[in-house]
Structure formats: structure tokens, C-alpha cells
Design a binder for this molecule. Structure first.
Ligand SMILES: Nc1nc2c(ncn2[C@@H]2O[C@H](COP(=O)(O)OP(=O)(O)OP(=O)(O)O)[C@@H](O)[C@H]2O)c(=O)[nH]1
Ligand SMILES: [Mg+2]
Length: 205
């Protein structure tokens, strides 16, 4: 898939204002600083579409980006930012949880985990939450440019076992060198196509 158009749509801070207009959405979740905003920029090839920072906790709102007039990327606030702490976190009660549960046209949740680290308890909780709610998800392993190919392959196994997912649910990515970009974009294309086909069937009934 070629990305020909990527524009910032809006940012939302209140549950009641989440967009509900039926545009298919692909959401990016993961701990603060894992590389959500950077990966969005790399996927659309626009350097500063989503704001990035080396200081964790930058993205505090639900940020929507319209892509190719066809679907949307949703940059969600990071979890596990040290100052927030586990107790106060209440991911599921907060804006991110509300978004995940209530967005009617959420196609896939991309769960980002750093290839270099064991997934955190929150990452594991996130995956369990998505399984429980029957939300389609893929794991995107970020910052793969920081490890050798061999170590990336080894870490994918570690991640798969810790998160209890099949290895082919994990796509290695890098916002530095574009690793995984094609895979993620073709995954999105397939999701959109299979949806459009299902939609047609519904119409014919
Ligand atoms: N080497 C390398 N650095 C990366 C990569 N992706 C992100 N970074 C760096 O990691 C830091 C955090 O990236 P962001 O994209 O802002 O992370 P985020 O997940 O959006 O963070 P929050 O908005 O705070 O939740 C920045 O300094 C990025 O330059 C990557 O693939 N490779
Ligand atoms: Mg961000």
C-alpha cells in the first residue's frame, strides 16, 4: 500500500468526544517512550506528523490521523510512565480503556513492545485485556535497529512466550531504518480489504 495522504485530524481528551464516525481505525498502544509516535511517522513517511520525544509521557491525548482518506491511525497515551505508577494508572478506566472498549470501527490494536526488554506486567495485561474483549491485535516490536538480526530473532521468541502469542503475531520494526514498514502496511491493507468484502456480503443479504 502507498501512503499518499496523511493528515492530523484532531486530538481528544474527553471520553465523550471520541470519534464515532465509522472510519476504520488502527490504534497504537504501549508503554511510554516505546516508539508509538515515531512508528506512526515512519509508516506514513512524514517526519513530524505525530509528536515524538525522548521524555516519556509526551502523548497525553487520543490523537487521530487520517490516512489516504480511507482509514485512521490513532496515537494513544503511553502507559507505565514512572510517575503515574501502577495504582493510579487505571488504564482500563481511563481514556485509553474507554477508547479501546467503545470505538466501533477499531480494526486492530497495535501493541508496541521494545525488542530489547522483557514485556512489562502492563504489556501482559494489555494483551489479556484485548483477548478478553475479542479485539484484534498485533504485536509490533520496536527499536529493532538497536539489536543484531540474530538477537532480534531470539527476542521475538522471548516476547512470544512472555505474551503468550504466536511468533507470527509479532512484527519486528524500526522507525530508524524502516524495518517492518511494508509488513505492517500490507497487514493493514489486508484487514481493510477483508472488511470491505465482508461489508459487500452484508449488503447482498
Ligand atoms: N533507535 C530507535 N529509536 C527510536 C525508535 N522509535 C522511537 N525511538 C526513540 O524513542 C523515543 C520515544 O519515541 P516516541 O515515538 O516519542 O515514543 P512514544 O511511545 O510515542 O512515547 P509517549 O508519547 O511518551 O507515550 C524517541 O527519542 C525516539 O527517537 C526506533 O525504532 N529506533
Ligand atoms: Mg507518543
Amino acid at each position: 500500500m502507498n501512503i499518499t495522504k496523511a493528515i492530523y485530524k484532531t486530538s481528544v481528551v474527553e471520553k465523550g468526544k471520541l470519534l464515532m464516525d465509522g472510519v476504520p481505525e488502527f490504534a497504537f498502544v504501549g508503554r511510554s517512550n516505546v516508539g508509538k509516535s515515531s512508528l506512526i511517522n515512519k509508516l506514513v513517511n512524514v517526519k513530524r506528523l505525530a509528536k515524538t520525544s525522548s521524555t516519556p509521557g509526551l502523548t497525553k491525548m487520543v490523537n487521530y490521523f487520517d490516512i489516504n482518506d480511507r482509514f485512521r491511525f490513532v496515537d494513544l497515551p503511553g502507559y507505565g510512565y514512572a510517575k503515574v505508577g501502577r495504582k493510579q494508572l487505571g488504564i482500563w478506566a481511563g481514556l485509553m480503556g474507554e477508547y479501546l472498549i467503545s470505538s466501533p470501527s477499531l480494526e486492530t490494536v497495535f501493541v508496541l513492545v521494545d525488542i530489547r526488554h522483557e514485556p512489562s506486567e502492563l504489556d501482559k495485561e494489555m494483551v489479556k485485556f484485548l483477548v478478553y474483549h475479542g479485539l484484534p491485535f498485533m504485536i509490533l516490536a520496536t527499536k529493532c535497529d538497536k539489536l543484531s538480526k540474530t538477537r532480534v530473532a531470539a527476542q521475538i521468541k522471548v516476547l512470544a512466550s512472555a505474551l503468550n502469542v504466536r511468533e507470527d503475531f509479532i512484527i519486528p520494526t524500526s522507525s530508524e531504518n524502516g524495518l517492518g514498514r511494508d509488513k505492517v502496511l500490507s497487514y493493514i491493507e489486508n484487514q481493510l480489504l477483508s472488511n470491505e468484502e465482508n461489508g459487500d456480503e452484508d449488503n447482498n443479504q
